[in-house]
Design a protein around this ligand. Structure first.
Ligand code: 13P
Ligand code: SF4
Length: 312
């Protein structure tokens, strides 16, 4: 039926109680979804929350690999994703059969894998990392251990430069972070002398080279909270600026631009598929639901559990 006239906020609140549901949201979600969520976080925070919740239903406002992770870690919960087409270019860049062949071509390497991948690729990996835990986890791997890192070549390359370690990189990229323009960023910096740049490690090196801080979405938010300057240039998906404006009133946050000089081309098209309407329907119908075959789930859980242990 038609949703016009419904007070979606009130309806979502009512259903959340009725279903004993927890609403988890990523910082790249629309402001209204961040605002109605019980918890907003980066990929590691959201995995930990999903693993620890005592709710019966997890409504995941994020992309599919995040909802899959919630289901892998909390198989007895119903996990709904408002739009099942909310994918990720990094996941798409790494088909499981090709990743399997890559592993088999390098049998003396372990696979350290970014959480932005499919459940099948997690099952083929040894240890999962997020942007906030990658360095800590890498530092616990013996220096003589050879490593394959996928699917994000920019996060992998950044860690190699930062730690001085070699890794074999899978050639995937995030289309959002790939779209920032160095030329436009330099113009923006010139217009705001003294404003630091905070960037996500999914950005290419020519953007990271200009960053004063590199970290996960939560890391960038914490950097913004601690900074003494009045203005911050934010080189990640611009919806995080909503959380900055909410938590740090009175300061100015400017999204780093793409080649067209504004930051709208850096909105994640997958994250943007989730809406209040679809969240309402997901809570009402308990669909679309994430289901994972049990053998596959257990294989993927091994590499995720190692992340949770090593990141703690
Ligand atoms: P984090 O929130 O872990 O930094 O991840 C960013 C991202 O691109 C999620 O898709
Ligand atoms: Fe994937 Fe990039 Fe969108 Fe994150 S921002 S979900 S990495 S496409």
């Amino acid at each position: 039926g038609s949703l016009t006239g419904l007070d979606l906020r009130a309806e979502i609140d009512r259903l959340r109680k009725e279903r004993n549901a927890v609403i988890l949201a990523h910082y790249y979600q629309k402001p209204e979804l961040q605002d109605i969520a019980d918890f907003v976080g980066d990929s590691l925070d959201l995995s930990r929350k999903a693993a620890a919740t005592d709710a019966d239903v997890i409504a995941f406002c994020g992309v599919k690999f995040m909802a899959d992770t919630a289901k892998i870690l909390s198989p007895d919960k119903i996990v709904v994703l408002p739009d099942l087409d909310a994918g990720c270019s990094l996941e798409d860049s790494c088909p499981p059969d090709k990743f399997k062949a890559f592993r088999e071509a390098h049998p003396d390497h372990i696979a350290l894998t970014y959480i932005n991948c499919s459940t099948e690729v997690k099952a083929l990996s040894d240890i999962i990392v997020t942007s906030s835990s990658a360095e800590k986890i890498l530092s616990q791997i013996p220096m003589d251990q050879k490593i394959i890192f996928g699917p994000d070549k920019h996060l992998g390359g950044y860690m190699m430069r930062k730690t001085g370690r070699e890794m074999l990189l899978w050639p995937g990229v995030c289309i959002v972070h790939e779209a920032f323009s160095e030329t436009e960023l330099l113009k923006l910096k010139a217009q705001h002398p003294g404003a630091p740049v905070a960037a996500h490690p999914e950005c290419p090196p020519h953007v990271l080279d200009h960053a004063d801080y590199v970290g996960s979405t939560r890391g960038i938010l914490e950097y913004a909270m601690a900074m003494t300057e009045d203005t911050l240039i934010v080189a990640t998906e611009p919806h995080i600026i909503h959380q900055m404006q909410k938590q740090i009133p009175g300061k100015t946050f400017i999204g780093a631009p793409g080649a067209d000089g504004n930051c709208n081309c850096n909105i994640c098209p997958y994250m943007a598929l989730n809406t209040m309407e679809k969240l309402y329907i997901a809570l009402r119908d308990l669909e679309p639901r994430i289901e994972i075959e049990e053998g596959l789930r257990l294989d993927a859980k091994r590499s995720l559990d190692r992340m949770l242990e090593m990141a703690s």
